[in-house]
Design a protein around this ligand. Structure first.
Ligand code: MN
Length: 325
């Protein structure tokens, strides 16, 4: 990404000083598909594309989905070069993908889908779901691993206490013994934090990591910086502990972190690649193999058991896609 300021300020980079705080505002985006659902997107945005390898954060609900036409209905659609993370606070989602996985995800459990060289999946909230509330996040795969064969993993995240916080680590590690068994391709952290009103937790974090705190409920201080509900507070690398303080309401939040990816990526629709031409080729293969020919072979395979048509790709923009740093 290019700096468009006409008179950019000089920035001194000091490896000793902990990195700065940024407050990332959510924007409302309708999800694709015939029954659009509104999500609050905090990543990527103009001010920031990545936190570690985390490159996409959508937060939604709580939505009343008792009406049979409400809820999440995302028909089969492709991904490349990334992992998708599904995490719920309320409700249940049924997942099917072209690696052959068929799984449900519920609060306290994580679905992790590694798209690698290419996959397609569908996601539908179950009929038993009354309220739907959660987050979908993406992780960019490093260049050396982004063509790996696709696979799917699922795990429950056991709660444990750090200070006043209840912590559920669903990816990576936090401190000595909170670890997820799921596969990551760069050093990462993903966890749910719950604190009572006024509660404080000093989290043992990796100084090489940058972090983001997505506030689902309540407001919190992140190392003294206020993060309101639905916002994503960012802290740069360079600290070994991070203090989270709940305000006057209980706090529920997601903490994400990782070593800065350090690679430019090109992100468009559901694809991550490294160039415009690569994205254009992924789009052409999706359209030809799946949308036009209904083929079961090819980069994106086939999703079994979903009753409905896959999502066609939108048109590419008229300009060449540029990498984000
Ligand atoms: Mn998806």
């Amino acid at each position: 990404m290019s700096n468009l300021e006409t008179e950019p300020a000089e920035v001194v980079c000091d490896d000793q000083a902990p990195g700065g705080f940024e407050l990332l505002e959510p924007r409302e985006v309708p999800l694709g598909g015939p029954r659009a659902m509104i999500v609050r997107r905090t990543l990527p945005q103009r001010a920031r594309s990545l936190i570690g390898a985390w490159c996409f954060v959508d937060h939604y609900g709580p939505d009343d989905v008792t009406d049979r036409d409400a809820g999440m209905v995302v028909p089969p659609h492709p991904h490349t070069g990334l992992q998708t993370v599904s995490w719920l606070f309320e409700g249940e989602i049924e997942h099917r993908d072209s690696s052959g996985a068929h799984a449900h995800v519920r609060p306290g459990e994580v679905n992790l889908m590694t798209a690698g060289s290419g996959i397609q999946h569908s996601e539908v909230s179950t009929t038993a779901t009354r309220r739907l509330h959660g987050a979908q996040l993406w992780i960019a795969l490093p260049d050396r691993d982004r063509h790996t064969a696709p696979f799917f993993e699922h795990a429950a995240a056991e709660p444990r206490s750090i200070g006043d916080a209840t912590v559920r680590v669903f990816l990576g590690t936090l401190g000595e013994d909170a670890a997820s068994p799921l596969r990551t391709f760069s050093p990462l952290l993903g966890a749910q934090l719950d604190l009572p009103a006024g509660g404080i937790a000093d989290l043992p974090v990796d100084p090489a990591f940058e972090h983001g705190l997505l506030l689902d409920a309540g407001t919190a201080l992140l190392d003294g910086h206020s993060v309101p509900a639905a916002h994503l507070g960012y802290l740069g690398p360079g600290r070994s502990t991070m203090r989270i303080e709940a305000g006057e309401q209980p706090v529920r939040a997601l903490l994400i972190g990782g070593v800065p990816l350090g690679e430019p990526i090109v992100m468009w629709w559901n694809f991550i690649g490294r160039s415009h031409d690569e994205i254009e080729a992924y789009r052409a293969q999706w359209q030809a193999d799946v949308i036009e020919n209904g083929a079961a072979t090819g980069r994106f395979g086939r999703v079994d058991g979903y009753d409905g048509a896959p999502l066609p790709a939108p048109a590419l923009p008229g300009v060449r896609l540029k990498p984000r740093e």
